[in-house]
Design a protein around this ligand. Structure first.
Ligand code: FAD
Ligand code: DHB
Length: 389
């Protein structure tokens, strides 16, 4: 089998790249290890920056996002029993949309299939070959057959645990940067009406809590937990008691309860692997970098990586120039490091660190007070949150 671009992984990065390339008349094949049903139902991110919404709209896959997603013009920071609104729209002129990642995936899969794109699900034993030559290839198993896909380029969009990053040749002065946090997020999906019109990021001595939403009837809530904890140790009553304690407030606002129908725990890390190119192999999205979820940046970064790559590949095929492709890693990393900084800052600001000294805890509260009482600091947070850079 031969194509122009071999894409490994059908997450937001791989699917969107394949679709953007198709719109430029560039052919690709996407190889995905999981089933279609699985990728279309895995619960992950929810917040889309304005720039992400714009790309999805321009690519013709934004219709459901616009009609079913919820546009949010602000977020709230809660601490010491009070809630403080950060008016994203007023401070930056931009907003965010809450629309689940698996819905973005459904829209992209539908668009790829409608355009007769080749998407192979449930592939296994994926291996990359000749990435430093001009004829790289990927071997894999599909439906019990051994296959080889030859391409001009291979794009690794296969997430943090994929095979593409380990296939980057060592001699390219590889550097990995990492920080693992001593906590995770316990996430639940709940059948209920929204408790709040906007997302609430709450700092509390018992730990961070986040009130988000999915639809008028389904809500998404998170709270800081031990990364080694297990969902079966958390009864529904225990979860609600913890959330009420962390979201307690003096203004009469109340969290709405409902039937909890999904529970999961995610670990948290900051991670960047550089460079993002070696010969004809490029990495995009979580394959190259991870942010802790507090800033809601992961999926948005994956989208901005593939937008850069799509432009580079378009230039290569239209003009025969590799200029943009060779500048990809540097250009992508500029945005990535800023998002890493913001995600780390939000994580530090809002979580409880078991080893923090009383002095450090006061510094954390003072920083929150500063943000909610200074237009300049609130604007900085808002700009980062909406991705206005
Ligand atoms: P992935 O979505 O991980 O896709 C990679 C794909 O590659 C997967 O489908 C995988 O099955 C496939 N794959 C892996 N290995 C192979 C292989 N060997 N061969 C073939 N295929 C393979 N981000 C935000 O922007 N906003 C948020 O609000 C947000 N909240 C989050 C909340 C949670 C609880 C979590 C866990 C994440 C959150 N994120 C958020 C992060 C976001 O989900 C990720 O950054 C995003 O999924 C990255 O997309 P990707 O396409 O790079 O990788
Ligand atoms: C959601 C996830 C995030 O990481 C975040 O910061 C806000 C919302 C969500 O899944 O709804």
């Amino acid at each position: 089998m031969r194509t122009q671009i071999a894409i490994i992984g059908a997450g937001p990065a791989g699917l969107l790249l394949s679709h953007l390339l198709h719109l430029q008349g560039i052919e690709s094949v996407v190889l995905e290890s999981r089933s279609r049903a699985d990728i279309e139902s895995t619960i992950r991110a929810g917040v889309l920056e304005q720039g992400t919404m714009d790309i999805l709209t321009e690519a013709g896959v934004g219709e459901r996002m616009r009609s079913e997603g919820a546009l949010h013009r602000g977020i709230e920071l809660a601490f010491d029993g009070a809630r403080h609104r950060i008016d994203l729209a007023e401070l930056t002129g931009k907003a965010i949309t809450v629309y689940a990642q698996h819905e973005v995936i459904k829209d992209l899969v539908a668009a790829r299939l409608a355009a007769q794109g080749t998407l192979l699900f449930e592939v296994s034993e994926v291996a990359l070959h000749g990435v430093e030559t001009s004829q790289p290839s990927v071997t894999f198993s599909h439906n019990g057959e051994e296959c080889r896909l030859e391409a001009d380029f291979i794009i690794g969009c296969d997430g943090y645990h994929g095979v593409s990053r380990p296939a980057m040749p060592e001699q390219h002065l590889r550097k990995n940067f990492q920080r693992i946090y001593p906590f995770g997020w316990f996430g639940i999906l709940v059948e209920s009406a929204p408790s709040s019109d906007e997302l609430i990021y709450a700092q509390h001595e018992r730990g961070f809590a986040l009130v988000s939403t999915r639809s008028p009837t389904v809500q998404r809530l998170y709270f800081q937990c031990d990364p080694g904890d297990h969902t079966d140790k958390w009864s529904d009553d225990r979860i609600w008691a913890e959330l009420h304690a962390r979201l307690e407030n003096h203004d009469g606002w109340k969290l709405k309860e409902g039937r909890i129908f999904q529970k999961n725990i995610i670990g948290m890390r900051s991670f960047v692997s550089t460079p993002m190119q070696a010969g004809r192999l490029f990495l995009a999205g979580d394959a190259a970098h991870i942010v802790p979820p507090t800033g809601a940046k992961g999926m948005n970064l994956a989208v901005s990586d593939v937008r850069l790559l799509a432009r580079g590949l378009e230039q290569f095929y239209r003009q025969g120039s590799e200029e943009l492709l060779n500048g990809y890693s540097e250009a992508a990393l500029k945005r990535i490091w800023r998002a890493e900084y913001f995600s780390w800052t939000m994580t530090r600001l809002l979580h409880t660190f078991a080893d923090a000294t009383p002095f450090e805890r006061e510094m954390q509260r003072a920083e929150l007070e500063n943000i909610v009482s200074s237009r300049a600091l609130a604007t900085s947070l808002a700009e980062n949150y909406v991705g206005a850079f």
